[in-house]
Design a protein around this ligand. Structure first.
Ligand SMILES: NC(=O)c1ccc[n+]([C@@H]2O[C@H](COP(=O)([O-])OP(=O)(O)OC[C@H]3O[C@@H](n4cnc5c(N)ncnc54)[C@H](OP(=O)(O)O)[C@@H]3O)[C@@H](O)[C@H]2O)c1
Length: 305
């Protein structure tokens, strides 16, 4: 039986992974209460005690705006912790799968971002996530026998976890007649179930001795397919929710500009990730973002009936 250590089991992606990784072996999931990522030595003892065949890290400091006022904490969780994970994994000769973000880019392109494109994060969250990628790459450069995979994804939402754009819109639409949403930032909403499915496929590859792990190592982009704005995403959320009979007070969704909705962190205006590289591993292209949304909402509401 293979052993998998899942760090961050209580996050929205981690919660899905706990379910999808289960058929591959014995999954030990840890959350903040078992493993505080600001304590690098505990990271080491946890991995050494569990002796997994692969480590999957779904934990992160994800409070994008708050990171501006507590950058040290963001770096500790998003850069120092993955560094220690990579070092311990290298020592134990096991691979590390880590999740990163579209926020490592500045959004100045107008065609989908490739894995090879230059990074230029705009805020402390993006900088700390990029620093985490660099720490992992640095361990790999020093030890070519260390195998890792960094999966960058974007605009994540799911049924589990503390909150996300879909849950916020549903709450606002239940309370208010009008919701104003930014229309000049575009990207690809990505359902946690799709991310978990993809990471499970990648974990399977790392557990397969027939697969060349050095060949597999690297940075990959993965999102659902298609492109939309936050405004169009919000409209779609309300349309799908209404079609499921969800009671909403909402009458209007009003498109606004980023300038009309100032936030502590500047977000990339264009956040679309190219998915071609990962298609060489996955059997089928990721579903369109709206299909993922429809499925997530049906599961959320139909399971509560
Ligand atoms: N959310 C997005 O839109 C988005 C977009 C692109 C990429 N990503 C990346 O996708 C990955 C998964 O994100 P997510 O959306 O699932 O995030 P999430 O729901 O915020 O989950 C993150 C998890 O990390 C845990 N964590 C934070 N600080 C910790 C610490 N000091 N010690 C131990 N655990 C700690 C949190 O614990 P608590 O539950 O106790 O707070 C939470 O369970 C992350 O790498 C993120 O950067 C996310």
């Amino acid at each position: 039986m293979k052993r998998i250590l899942l760090i961050g089991q209580d996050g929205q992606v981690g919660h899905e992974l706990l379910r999808t990784l289960a058929p591959l072996g014995t999954v030990t999931g840890v959350g903040r209460s078992q493993l505080d990522l600001t304590q690098p030595d505990v990271i080491q003892t946890t991995i050494e005690t569990i002796e997994p065949d692969v480590v999957v890290n779904a934990a992160a400091y994800t409070a994008v705006d708050k990171a501006e006022s507590e950058p040290d904490l963001a770096y500790s969780v998003n850069a120092t912790a993955p560094k220690r994970m990579a070092e311990v994994a290298q020592k134990l000769r096991i691979p590390l799968i880590h999740i990163s973000t579209d926020y490592v880019f500045d959004g100045c392109k107008n065609t989908p971002y490739l894995e090879t494109d230059a990074t230029n994060p705009l805020g402390e969250y993006g900088k700390s996530k990029r620093a985490g990628e660099e720490e992992i790459l640095e361990v790999s450069n020093r030890h070519p026998d260390f195998h890792y995979l960094i999966l960058r994804t974007a605009w994540v939402y799911g049924a589990a976890g503390k909150g996300n754009f879909v849950k916020t819109m549903l709450r606002l639409g239940g309370d208010r007649e009008e919701v104003r949403v930014v229309a000049d930032q575009v990207g690809t909403p990505t359902w946690t179930a799709e991310i978990a499915r993809t990471i499970t496929t990648l974990t399977c590859q790392f557990l397969d001795p027939q697969v060349d792990h050095a060949d597999l190592s690297g940075i990959y982009h993965f999102t659902n397919s298609g492109v939309t704005s936050w405004y169009d995403f919000a409209v779609a959320i309300f349309e799908e929710a209404k079609s499921l009979g969800v009671p909403l007070k909402l009458q209007r969704v009003v498109p606004i500009t980023t300038a009309e909705y100032p936030t502590p962190t500047q977000r990339p205006a264009y956040s679309v990730l190219a998915n071609q590289k990962i298609q060489s591993i996955l059997q089928a292209p990721a579903p369109q973002w709206r299909q993922g949304l429809r499925q997530m909402l049906s599961e959320l509401y139909l399971s509560n009936l």
